[in-house]
Design a protein around this ligand. Sequence first.
Ligand code: ATP
Ligand code: MG
Length: 305
Amino acid sequence: MTPEGSRRFLIVTGKGGVGKTTVCAAEARALAAKGKRVLVAMCHSKERLSTMLGSPPIGDEVTPVVENIWAINIDPAKAIAEYGLMKLKVRILYRAVFENKYARAFLHGVPGLEEWSMLGKAWWHTGELNPDGSFKYDVVILDAPATGHGLDMLRVPKIITEVVPPGILRGDADAAQALFRDPEKCGVILVTLPEEMPTTETIELAHALTGELSLPLAKVVVNGVLPPLFSREERAALLAMPTSGDSGAMAAIVAGQSRSTRENVQAECLSRLSAALAHVPTSFLPQLFVDAARPEAIDALAKRV
Ligand SMILES: Nc1ncnc2c1ncn2[C@@H]1O[C@H](COP(=O)(O)OP(=O)(O)OP(=O)(O)O)[C@@H](O)[C@H]1O
Ligand SMILES: [Mg+2]
């Protein structure tokens, strides 16, 4: 498998709140440290990347963030208009379509158009060139929406290539889809927690991405991993201890049991993930007990991602 370091487009997705943006930040830091120029594209989100990277807020224009890292929080309405201007070229025609409130309302109602405007714009940046003809960014990292919405977004190019007649839109969707499906150039990073629901969703998402959409998986990142304090036998012994009585040791036993239960769940989730996704490289990020949205924490995670 190609290491994600040589890929030009990375799609980071997973269940809501599992650490997708944290992983985007850590991945961007790790790639930037290797000298890669990285663009992180967020999908119209409540932007927290700037806190993680220690920069001023990131808006809807590409902004330099820290050395070798640029970012944008894509605004779909703006992206649709920009795409229109790029494709229609003639400003009068563009105004007639995109600056007409009825046309705008119509466009925003077209299913998939907002998703495509964000995914398509992020993809477009992979081909953006410097005046000397070199690529502006070595890697674009898409901080994609959570599971269901992320999947809806990633389905759009396939739908366009299947139902839209050949033309401008179809040409771009075909090219984007070809890049997304090329394991040398693109990969999905699935972020999960070692907990039941995220593990189940991750396995289902992996099947949908590789089966229905033929997208290559770059890796699974299991975030929030606890360093095990107890062996399997110790956990079983702790969980078998009675918790009644008034011994001073009781609080310690209850705490040990709660930790043992978490470690049991974690062990079970890790083995389910490795059985279902045996062929996918996996990284483990520790559960931090400090504010993980600080640049120092992101730098520490970048070494493990
Ligand atoms: N390894 C970790 N240890 C401790 N806290 C973490 C860790 N990873 C992420 N967090 C914290 O968990 C919260 C959610 O992380 P993040 O914003 O990256 O998730 P997300 O998947 O992008 O969420 P959303 O679905 O809302 O976009 C943040 O406060 C983040 O700092
Ligand atoms: Mg996020």
